[in-house]
Design a protein around this ligand. Structure first.
Ligand code: ADP
Length: 189
């Protein structure tokens, strides 16, 4: 199963992606987690992306595309979370999956309002202490989502591949809605 999950920060994407990965026995490939690990490890990648990450800005497309190409190279299935965030990233993903003839089975969109998203992001500040959940960085990330990632949603929508789920419900309700959506929305039974 190859699933792409899209949605704004605070939509519960990571939570649902982990649940789906466990259900389908595929890896949860989350670019944010990969970058946080690199920052924590102090690797060259980590040192390079840290200031960008902390401002809530986007890491350059080329760097992210190379990272994902390498990460997905030998995977049959995955839940992809956090990539693509820009149209060039989406083009690169379609190209790489096209080359190996392994298209996405479904594109899921978790829909939440900015108000709910921002409230959840700032709540997370206290719980997890993520260095990009400061009020300024959180607002910046949401702004960039609308500006650069929503065109990605429109792109997949134009080819009829997006299944939208209401992300403002409780976690188990969202999970149930996703399960229903996958039964209907996936090309596989
Ligand atoms: P959120 O969705 O809450 O912003 P993520 O954990 O997905 O959190 O991403 C955190 C940060 O990592 C982003 O704000 C950005 O700096 C960087 N990042 C993650 N994925 C990408 C990507 N595909 N392109 C550019 N930057 C990315």
């Amino acid at each position: 199963m190859r699933i792409l999950i899209l949605g704004p920060q605070g939509s519960g994407k990571g939570t649902q992606a982990k649940l789906m990965a466990a259900t389908y026995g595929v890896p949860h490939v989350a670019t944010g987690d990969i970058l946080r690990e690199a920052i924590a490890a102090g690797s060259e990648l980590g040192r390079r992306v840290r200031p960008i990450y902390e401002r809530g800005d986007l890491v350059p497309d080329e760097l992210m595309i190379d990272l994902i190409r390498e990460r997905l190279a030998d995977e049959e299935g995955f839940v992809l979370d956090g990539f693509p965030r820009t149209v060039p990233q989406a083009e690169a993903l379609d190209e790489m999956l096209g080359e190996i003839d392994k298209p996405l089975d479904v594109v899921l969109l978790l829909d939440v309002s900015d108000e709910v998203a921002l409230r959840r992001l700032l709540g997370r500040l206290e719980e997890e202490g993520r260095s990009d959940d400061t009020p300024d960085a959180a607002r910046n990330r949401l702004r960039l989502y609308h500006e650069l990632t929503e065109p990605v949603v429109d792109r997949y929508r134009a080819v009829g591949r997006v299944v939208t789920v209401d992300g403002e419900q409780a976690v188990d309700q969202v999970a149930a809605a996703i399960e229903d959506a996958l039964r209907v929305g996936s090309r596989r039974p």
